[in-house]
Design a protein around this ligand. Structure first.
Ligand SMILES: NC(=O)c1ccc[n+]([C@@H]2O[C@H](COP(=O)([O-])OP(=O)(O)OC[C@H]3O[C@@H](n4cnc5c(N)ncnc54)[C@H](OP(=O)(O)O)[C@@H]3O)[C@@H](O)[C@H]2O)c1
Length: 277
């Protein structure tokens, strides 16, 4: 099974099939150096977010890399608590200022519900629709090449479709062996929403799985490479994070082997040691 180094979104925008994740990479030297190392190693897709508070350092590394802006696919996200038309536009302006770019390749609503507050009584679906209208306008103005959502389940996606008719290009969700998100994936497929797989190693928990160890030995690859290749063979777009140079490189080196279908099926059955937060 040949895996291409780029996918095509439903609007024909090309997107590199592995993105460099930057959650929990501290702003400053570490974010700058990790992003720089990722770019030097061949990544052309960087996933950040306003909530990660490292957009400035990520942007500085992109600029200093000397790689043309058009060759790098940059994703950022609107904080989950920032909902509404004007708020979305204002936050978008902040994000491109911090990154020091004049457009984004992909902008996502980070989550359907605000984090850390009691959301009972908050009409977040309606607020997401208003937010989505701002995203659509920014897209039509050419300031964002593709727009999407993150952590949206079908019941969160449906109001956007019903009220605007504009189908997100991407849904970025927690997805790895042991967390298959079958309902959300099945909903996305017929309407051509690309699924991005965040926490492809379950933020490190995946490395405890014996089956992954067995597969790594069988294919003479690392567990991380097995997990990423599994994701790609499913047609997902994994977003591995690392601050370790050799891991950053290793996580892009997954295009030269193939997991047999029987082993794909086995990996599909694993259970994560404990549930996602
Ligand atoms: N939209 C959302 O709500 C959301 C939520 C979570 C994550 N995300 C995105 O998805 C990205 C990845 O998810 P994540 O940050 O949860 O973590 P992850 O990529 O699942 O796992 C990262 C952990 O695995 C380690 N690691 C990475 N490569 C390795 C390798 N080859 N061998 C051994 N260990 C390795 C890293 O260690 P070192 O860094 O120390 O090397 C780190 O501890 C995020 O950075 C973010 O961009 C999005």
């Amino acid at each position: 099974m040949e895996i291409k180094s780029d996918y095509l979104l439903s609007n024909n925008v090309s997107i590199p099939s592995i993105g460099f994740g930057t959650w929990q990479i501290p702003s400053g030297k570490i974010a700058y150096e990790s992003t720089m190392h990722a770019l030097k190693s061949g990544y052309r897709h960087i996933d950040t977010a306003a909530a990660y508070e490292n957009e400035k350092s990520v942007g500085e590394a992109i600029k200093a890399s000397g790689i043309n802006r058009q060759e790098i696919f940059i994703t950022s996200k609107l904080k989950a608590g920032m909902k509404g038309y004007e708020i979305a536009k204002r936050e978008f302006a902040e994000t491109i200022k911090k990154l020091d770019v004049d457009y984004l390749d992909l902008y996502l609503i980070h989550a359907p519900k605000p984090w850390g507050i009691n959301t009972s009584g908050i009409e977040y679906n309606d607020q997401n629709v208003e937010t989505w209208k701002a995203f659509i306008d920014l897209y039509h103005e050419g300031k964002i090449k593709a727009i999407g959502v993150s952590n949206f389940r079908p019941e969160h996606l449906q109001p956007l479709l019903d009220k605007t008719g504009f189908v997100p290009h991407v849904n970025q969700i927690f997805l790895c062996p042991g967390a298959l998100q079958t309902e959300t994936v099945a909903y996305a497929k017929p309407i051509s929403i690309l699924i991005e797989a965040y926490s492809p190693f379950a933020t490190g928990r995946l490395f405890k799985l014996d089956l992954l160890k067995t597969m790594a030995i069988k294919y003479n690859k690392t567990m991380a490479q097995i997990a990423l290749r599994w994701s790609l063979q499913h047609g997902f777009l994994p977003l591995p994070k690392s601050v370790t140079p050799e891991r950053i490189e290793q996580n892009l080196d997954v295009f030269n082997f193939e997991i047999a279908q029987a082993d794909m099926d086995l990996i599909d059955t694993v259970k994560l040691p404990f549930s996602h937060h």
